[in-house]
Design a protein around this ligand. Sequence first.
Ligand code: HEC
Length: 136
Amino acid sequence: MAAYLKQLPPQRGVVEITKNSASAKPDSLQTFAGEPEGRRIYEGACMGCHGSGGPATAYAGNLQGHPSVNDTSSLNATWVTLHGVDYWTAEGHVYMPSFAGAYSDAEIASVVRYVEAAFGPGGAKVNGKAVEKARK
Ligand code: HEC
């Protein structure tokens, strides 16, 4: 998994998210009705940083159109949701908590499917088994 991540192009979330969100639908959360469990988790645990689909509200920014969300294999989105993000840039600390201990495999899968459908093209097939693998 780590080897796979190293092959990905660098993902400068803050810059790219802001750029991509210029074409964002104004409030995708209001228009996407699937994955009710993922939505509940998103609203409780993720929305504070990632917002509800409008312009970026926090340093983490909007996930609309983010490369991780557009990748229907969901590998990166699943890994980040499990393990979090923690690094420094010239602008400051880029931090997302790890959710591995907070949610079951099925719950992680459901919030990732939700995020991918609400902010990306949808169609992500990630399930509890894939999350179990990504935990390692
Ligand atoms: C404390 C703030 C915070 C919370 C809470 C948070 N995130 Fe994040 N998240 C971030 C930051 C910061 C980044 C940007 C990382 C970057 O730009 O490299 C990020 C990036 C992401 C990404 C993009 C991954 C990538 O490739 O960079 C996904 C997907 C994501 N978060 C999903 C979630 C989900 C799902 C939840 C809730 C279960 C969540 N986040 C909760 C701060 C947060």
